[in-house]
Design a protein around this ligand. Sequence first.
Ligand SMILES: NC(=O)c1ccc[n+]([C@@H]2O[C@H](COP(=O)([O-])OP(=O)(O)OC[C@H]3O[C@@H](n4cnc5c(N)ncnc54)[C@H](O)[C@@H]3O)[C@@H](O)[C@H]2O)c1
Length: 379
Amino acid sequence: MDRVRYGIIGIKGVGAKHIELAQQHEKAELTALADVDASAVKQQSEELGVRGFTDYRDMLDAGVVDAVSIATPHHLHAIIGLACLNAGVHIFTEKPLANRVSEADTMIETAKAKGLKLCVGHQYRTYRTPQTMKHLIETGAIGKIMRVLWTWIEFRAESYYARDIWRGTWRHAGGGVLMNQTSHDLDLICWLIGEPVQVSAMIGNQFHEAEIEDVVCASVLFANGAYGSIQLTINQPRGYSIRQIAGDRGTIMIPDVQSLAADRPDHLLLGTHADALSTLVSRTSGIAAQPETTWKTVELLNEPAGHPVLMDSFIDAILNGGEPLVNGESALPAVELINAIVLSGMQKKTVDLPVDRGEYDQLFEALSRGEIQAPRAKR
Ligand SMILES: NC(=O)c1ccc[n+]([C@@H]2O[C@H](COP(=O)([O-])OP(=O)(O)OC[C@H]3O[C@@H](n4cnc5c(N)ncnc54)[C@H](O)[C@@H]3O)[C@@H](O)[C@H]2O)c1
């Protein structure tokens, strides 16, 4: 194979970007579109001169695609993804990989067993700020990571959920501020810091009629010994979201994050100490003496970024072997962390990771059936 026959499932939202990418890629040929919206399929497929389907299963049966992008609501990523993999088709699924870790496991195992590629739409990893943070961490600028503070603050009105009903339900969206607005952030946290091993969290719904959680406060312990605090809300206007990653030798600090929902440039500061804090703790005299910190602004790396980079890596992996930039295994920790936060918040307990799959499936069913609810603030 020297060109990949490509299909898009879910074409109206971010699927439009996948259409454009497949059309423009020199090693891909856009051959088919599928969406439950018959008029959108008719109009787009005629315009682009490709096959159109109102049921993705007919697209798979027609044998016209080697690979697809899945840009549908969250609950369909696993259902459609597994159908594609079982039909021998490589998948580039939008984020999140799946709503539940048990589904994510099955997708990863199936792709592996069939020798197919699984790419996940976490393009934030390619953005300027995360790339720069990763570079600083990997080159030892802050030493061993000890503490993380990560906040994400934006506002979503009720009309946001009224426009797309699926976004407000556990069954379809798999959660609110966690699964929908900040699954990229949870992915970045795991990618930058490492594997989370313990979570203690509170989640709630302060404002919204929708079922899902709109506020989260979580404490996370990572396998490398770092302690993290995560605060996420869609109940306050954007402004002064903070990120700090503090290590033995220095701290990365963003006092007012601009790249919450796009690749906007951030003011990123790096503070460093003359020596490792673990050494200074015994060498510093004076009971309240503070080791000196030297602060400077760090110029952001500016490499190619976004969906095109993921698409390139996906097509390259299909044609030449290797793995896409964000494969199933590397996207799993974010789902694991989100599920752990929900489990901890709903059951008011500390959760060890990996999450107990059966326990989360049971909780998720109860949330989806409306038998239990994210705690509601008194209104
Ligand atoms: N990577 C990113 O930054 C990014 C940005 C936006 C959205 N997303 C993700 O992309 C996915 C889609 O989000 P959106 O905002 O485009 O949603 P959307 O609701 O605007 O679009 C979803 C599309 O899927 C179609 N669809 C629904 N059920 C279907 C089915 N059974 N078969 C085929 N098509 C079906 C809908 O008709 C619609 O065209 C979500 O997972 C979302 O989280 C990712």
